[in-house]
Design a protein around this ligand. Structure first.
Ligand SMILES: CC(=O)N[C@@H](CCC[C@H](N)C(=O)O)C(=O)O
Length: 385
């Protein structure tokens, strides 16, 4: 059976109702298996990973394989409360597919469905990856030897949806597509006390507020204005009640750069600022970093040239060359180990990625499938590359 556009949309909508956070994608995995089990099984083989139990690897055996081509999509969602009133809105409280991974999985299923019906020349390895938003599922899979033996991958492709591109547009560039990131957790340890006696306490909220303000100068004052860096703190927790001075504050954020050197420079400046504030406020500030697999996403020059040439010269594809973006992706880790290409699929949403009103245009799904099926067929017939 070949999935129709209506069936693809039903699949995407079902996935949208069952969003799950990183490493908890059990309902999602069960549903993916249910869909894949309806495809012709002759050339398919499914593998699960004990080290990453919600992942799914699917091998499509080729007719005359000369290589294994990987296609990766991510499965997890975000802790966001959906505001769109949709018949297929999230049924899992406080969790939403606000980054479009439901679209990513549907496109992957569409491509997999096509090649389960039309046997490819090469072997194809589909990787349904948990934990892209945090915890680096791609890194866990690679480090636990997921891509070995029959499931070895010689080159990897993957997409991310883009709310700013028109629905169905394929965007890409050679070189760096996305930034590398480092998660940063900061704990400010002051001294709690009575709101009326600030001189006897050491207010962690005041210190943390100073910290947030001072780190803004790293990007604006310490970095060459022609280069890119980001520091965002998305979470700030402190205090228990209005009339007790908070003794502790905790911040969670992300540091980003287009190169590893930039990321390390920002990390160093943040430590220096924390050090300075410790001295001036007489407190303790603990800074922890975790880069995991969020390396800059570096597209392979040769494979990406092939990809862009195909997309540009195909009259059915609306292609746009894009600039690097400060979004992160643990596909950067896989591309650091295995050559490949990441690209954008336009979904033209009124709400941005990661926002509660993210609403991708589903017209992008079939276009993304067609573009990638066409590219994979072209790639499999390219000799000597
Ligand atoms: C495409 C996208 O939005 N990816 C996430 C990746 C998160 C990386 C890591 N957890 C961090 O926050 O640094 C992004 O936020 O860009």
């Amino acid at each position: 059976m070949t999935l129709t556009n209506n069936e693809l949309i039903k699949i995407r909508r079902h996935l949208h109702t069952i969003p799950e956070l990183a490493l908890n994608e059990y309902q999602t995995q069960a549903y993916l298996k249910q869909v894949i089990n309806r495809f012709p099984q002759t050339n398919l083989e499914i593998k699960e990973l004990p080290e990453l139990p919600t992942a799914l690897l699917v091998l499509v055996k080729g007719k005359e394989p000369s290589r294994n081509i990987g296609y990766r999509c991510d499965m997890d969602a975000l802790p966001v409360d959906e505001v769109n009133h949709l018949s297929y809105a999230s049924k899992n409280p406080h969790v939403m597919h606000a980054c479009g991974h439901d679209i990513h999985m549907t496109v992957a299923l569409g491509i997999l469905n096509y090649f389960s019906v039309n046997q490819p020349k090469d072997n194809l390895v589909f990787f349904f990856q948990p934990a892209e938003e945090s915890q680096s599922g791609g890194k866990i899979a690679y480090d636990s030897n997921a891509f070995q033996g029959k499931f070895k991958v010689d080159e990897f492709y993957g997409l991310h949806d883009n709310s700013q591109l028109k629905a169905g547009v394929i965007g890409c560039r050679n070189g760096t597509l996305f930034a590398g990131t480092t998660e940063v957790n900061v704990t400010v340890k002051g001294k709690s006390g009575h709101a009326a006696y600030p001189h006897l306490a050491n207010d962690a909220i005041v210190i943390a507020a100073n910290f947030v303000n001072q780190v803004q100068t790293v990007v604006s004052r310490s970095i060459d204005p022609t280069k890119c860096g980001v520091i965002t703190f998305g979470k700030f927790e402190a205090g228990v009640i209005r009339n007790v001075i908070a003794g502790q504050a905790r911040l969670e954020g992300t540091i980003r750069g287009l190169t590893q050197t930039m990321i390390e420079f920002i990390r160093q400046r943040v430590l220096e600022i924390a050090d300075g504030l410790e001295k001036s406020f007489g407190c303790r500030i603990e800074v922890e970093y975790n880069q995991g697999g969020y390396f800059p996403v570096e597209n392979n020059p040769k494979l990406t040239k092939n990809f862009i040439d195909y997309m540009k010269n195909n009259s059915q594809v609306d292609f746009q060359e894009t600039t690097p973006k400060m979004t992160g992706e643990d596909f950067g880790y896989l591309l650091n180990k295995i050559p490949g290409t990441m690209f954008w699929l336009g979904v033209e949403s009124p709400g941005a990625l990661h926002s509660a009103d993210f609403l991708p245009n589903e017209g992008a799904i079939q276009k993304g499938i067609n573009a990638m099926v066409g590219f994979l067929n072209y790639r499999m017939n390219l000799e000597g590359n």
